[in-house]
Design a protein around this ligand. Sequence first.
Ligand code: ATP
Length: 248
Amino acid sequence: MLIPKTHPRAASLHIREKLVQGFRDGLVVEEGLLAHGRGEMFDYLIGEKTTKTSHKAIKAAAIALVMAKLPVISVNGNLAALCTKEIVELSKVTGAKIEINLFYASEKRKKIIAQYLKKNGAKEILGIDTKFSKSITKLDSARRIVDKCGIFSADVVLVPLEDGDRTIALKKFGKKVITFDLNPMSRTAQTADITIVDNVIRGMKILIDTCKKLSKEDLEKKPKFDNKKNLKKSILIIRKNLRKMANA
Ligand code: ATP
């Protein structure tokens, strides 16, 4: 579908098209389309832009990723469909490993996602060779399986668009968790160490840029970051926008 640039929701419709293409190509499952719908609703409420609050979280995330000993980007179908190039670039900029981890696990889908990433320049992709599979405790189903050289050994894990159970399990397993989640009230948003309340498609680009621009002072000073306080500010932004709409 050709969406005119002048359409008031052009950006959001382009993102939706990208995800639908990912679904047609076999990266995304039906449930992923629904999860995206939930995200779209919250994107609408935050004003479909990267807020000052999200910029603050992005800076904290950039510092954590660049300072990490072994950072890992956990990739699911939605993230691969929306941010293929950005996953690869962020991995290059921070030295983070790329690991595929799916809520609805399927070897076929893992292969398709790996091919997509490789086509966009990824050299090493973890999570596809069962020889290196390890289990993180306290989690049922295939989601507990991680790569020995990736998430299992990582100190910092970026898990965008994640469900609460897995985020909680990663925290219990001692990982520093960074996430992108448009819903500041979700269990993932509330459990992570750093939550970027932004559409991943906008936020990933800014995160890459921020990593590139970090100064020596940023890394030495490590500015304080309070996730709970930052999340409260995102909720207040939503409340303000709702009030504005109600009074219009
Ligand atoms: P939780 O289990 O953490 O309480 P949930 O049940 O909503 O949350 P899922 O449906 O598994 O979890 O995860 C989808 C999350 O990702 C939702 O919070 C949704 O708002 C968010 N999301 C969806 N699409 C995007 C996107 N493009 N960018 C950022 N966040 C998104």
